[in-house]
Design a protein around this ligand. Structure first.
Ligand code: NAD
Length: 362
């Protein structure tokens, strides 16, 4: 089978690239951003750059966009920002995923119509949509180069995955300078999200030599940079290398999707409140062990980073996580061995778990 790789997102990368936002936007623009953006001067900066084209601002996106908040915001957005043709998401994965949900309009104007379509799990063509431009302010999710958005329902302990042709951003604008204000904890958790994307794209039925190229390069950068960046948050070069690593990891999983570690993470976030990046990375040494020996070609790719000794590879990954202050056992998060086993079995059956090369459900 020939390898195929497709990513339709135009990418702009480099310190100061936010200054080019006006060249990339068409028509009136709605800005979707995170609460700290105002204080950081980012909203004023975007207002200066876009002038009268900036017509609508949502600046209170909370981590992990939840239906309880999104319902009103979505309905108001389609009533009040109908004349905006572009949505500019400036923020972490939460702002970008919120923007992806916002650009998908319903015929009735009711958000629950969209939720019903997502719950049905079938592909659909939205009644109306807008163009998305995404500028990540964290180095992690890769959401700027993927079509996926995770929408959470904490009350029902559920999550929805939104992905349509229109939810690929038209442009990803990656300006590492925007990441200089990210605090240490978020720097680590988002960096580990990127590491998880890269590894999950390798131990994946959908992997190919092109996604592997992005993934291997991302892993090498993250293993080298993230511990140093944790100690030196204002280092522009390390911020830039992590931004590029997150982009490469995003490119890799934009074509493979994620796998078992992410499938486990959804339970850990919904039931145990773990931030996404920690939830999808603390199991990486364990999942590496489950992947090893399943597929000779996948082993060869993993061994390019970790060498030929599985115990040594797991030890290296565990020590890397511990050095960043991340605990690696389920018990550390209050999950018993029996609960963990049940969680892994359940995760293997999930949509992402079935991408994992060790899944029996594939
Ligand atoms: N669509 C995808 O492909 C994809 C992939 C992975 C994760 N996600 C989703 O992304 C979300 C997590 O995104 P995230 O990890 O980027 O975190 P986030 O967007 O939730 O941001 C984390 C915290 O950092 C703050 N913040 C963001 N940028 C900042 C900056 N430059 N300076 C100071 N503070 C800043 C935010 O306000 C927030 O409090 C989750 O909901 C997850 O499900 C999506």
């Amino acid at each position: 089978m020939p390898a195929r790789f497709h990513n339709p997102v135009a990418t702009v990368f480099g310190g100061g690239s936010l200054d080019h936002i006006a060249e990339l936007c068409e028509g009136k623009v709605a800005l979707v951003t995170f609460p700290e953006a105002a204080q950081l001067g980012l909203i004023d900066r975007v207002r200066n750059l876009l002038g009268e084209h900036l017509a609508y601002v949502i600046d209170d996106v909370q981590p992990n966009p939840d239906v309880a908040w999104l319902r009103d915001v979505h309905e108001r957005f389609w009533r009040e920002a109908a004349d905006c043709s572009t949505v500019f998401a400036l923020g972490g994965g939460s702002a970008i995923d919120t923007a992806k949900a916002l650009i998908v309009g319903t015929a009735s104007g009711h958000f629950d119509e969209l939720l019903d379509l997502l719950a049905a799990g079938k592909r659909f063509t939205p009644a109306r949509s807008k163009t998305l431009i995404a500028a990540p302010t964290t180095a992690g999710t890769g959401s700027e180069v993927t079509p996926w958005a995770t929408i959470w329902d904490a009350q029902q302990q559920k999550k929805y995955s939104l992905h349509l042709d229109c939810t690929w951003p038209k442009v990803a604008l990656i300006d590492p300078d925007l990441m200089l204000s990210v605090p240490a904890g978020v720097t680590v958790s988002t960096g580990l999200d990127a590491l998880s994307h890269a590894l999950e794209s390798i131990w994946n039925h959908n992997a190919n030599p092109i996604s592997d190229t992005f993934a291997l390069s991302a892993i090498e950068d993250i293993l080298d940079c993230l511990p140093r960046l944790q100690q030196d948050l204002s280092n522009r070069e390390l911020r830039s290398r992590m931004a590029l690593a997150a982009l490469k990891a995003g490119m890799a999983f934009s074509n493979t999707k994620t796998a078992l570690a992410h499938s486990i993470s959804y339970e850990m976030t919904l039931r145990h409140g773990l931030p996404h990046g920690i939830a999808c990375s603390f199991t990486l040494p364990l999942v590496l062990g489950l992947a090893w020996g399943r597929d000779a070609d996948r082993d060869r790719t993993l061994q390019r980073v970790f060498g030929h000794d599985l115990a040594g590879a797991q030890k290296r990954l565990r020590e890397f996580l511990h050095r960043l202050g991340v605990k690696t056992e389920f018990g550390d998060y209050g999950v018993t061995a029996a609960e963990a086993e049940a969680m892994i079995d359940f995760a293997m059956q999930g949509a992402r778990g079935r991408n994992f090369i060790g899944s029996q459900a594939a």
